[in-house]
Design a protein around this ligand. Structure first.
Ligand code: SAM
Length: 250
């Protein structure tokens, strides 16, 4: 997969994309990122890419033409049109499910707004979908684009050591993940649950599933209410005494 990011602050994005797991995956060729400075596509001799909004108001608005020129250039370099996402507080809120779908695409083009945002006409012209990272407003689309790039990239082949690394995680399959422990076996009087030291694979798997169910029910009742509880799940909850079933619960 390749992710192109159109931004006024490419260095801000590069810094993050060159670090840690994404940086390693990028250098190893499992994923490609390219950050484009929209300012390089303006024809204004002072390098301006924004102007006052029609109708008044305080903020500046990013002009459509530099963004269009940047997009056209990326399309020419790729030899095809990527799926275009505008990072926007007005978009659908990003979910793990949407990240999984996006991870199957070959090319994504992420447009980062700044100031009051971008001229509406560029959205009509090139954007396929708008994605938000939550119901709050940030100063720019760079952090949201990096959040999306990270969440999507880690599900691309080779980026993590194995697909199991993300398949059992929170939000995969509708539940939160079970608790994790590492050495030492006892820390400040708190012991690692005995079952994890037993070496008994089935018992460990059952305990983990019971924990997933219990902590989703406790921490995210909204997710739990949507989760299709099986007979086996119900038995596990009872076996591990992780909360009696309430009236009306599935
Ligand atoms: N005037 C816009 C509005 O009220 O909808 C907000 C503009 S915001 C200050 C500047 C840019 O930050 C946006 O163009 C967008 O790219 C990005 N942004 C801000 N909050 C975001 C969020 N929650 N999710 C994704 N992008 C966001």
């Amino acid at each position: 997969m390749r992710i192109d990011i159109a931004t006024l602050f490419p260095e801000m994005c590069e810094t993050v994309l060159n670090e840690s797991i994404l940086g390693r995956a990028r250098r190893a060729g499992y994923i490609a990122f390219a950050c484009h400075n929209i300012r390089e596509y303006t024809t204004d001799r002072h390098g301006r890419v924004d102007d006052y909004g029609y109708g008044g108001g305080k903020g500046m608005v990013m002009q459509p033409e530099p963004i269009q020129r940047c997009f056209t250039d990326v399309c020419a370099k790729l030899g095809k049109r990527p799926h275009v996402i505008y990072m926007s507080p007005q978009g659908n809120v990003l979910t793990q499910q949407r990240c999984m779908e996006l991870a199957k695409m070959d090319n994504l083009f992420l447009l980062c707004g700044h100031y009051e945002g971008v001229d509406e006409r560029i959205l009509e012209e090139i954007v396929d979908e708008e994605i938000s990272i939550g119901d709050y407003v940030l100063t720019g689309g760079e952090l949201p684009a990096l959040v999306l790039a990270d969440a999507v990239a880690r599900m691309c082949d080779g980026v993590l050591a194995a697909s199991e690394c993300y398949e059992e995680e929170s939000h995969m399959g509708g539940l939160l993940e079970y608790p994790q422990y590492t050495r030492p076996e006892e820390w400040r009087g708190r012991r690692v649950p005995e079952v994890l030291l037993s070496g008994h694979h089935q018992k460990i798997a059952d305990w983990r599933q019971a924990q997933r169910l219990a902590r989703t029910k406790q921490k995210r009742p909204d997710l739990f209410a949507r989760y299709p509880l099986t007979k086996a799940d119900r038995k596990l909850l009872i076996k591990y005494e992780l909360g009696p079933q309430q009236d009306g619960e599935k």
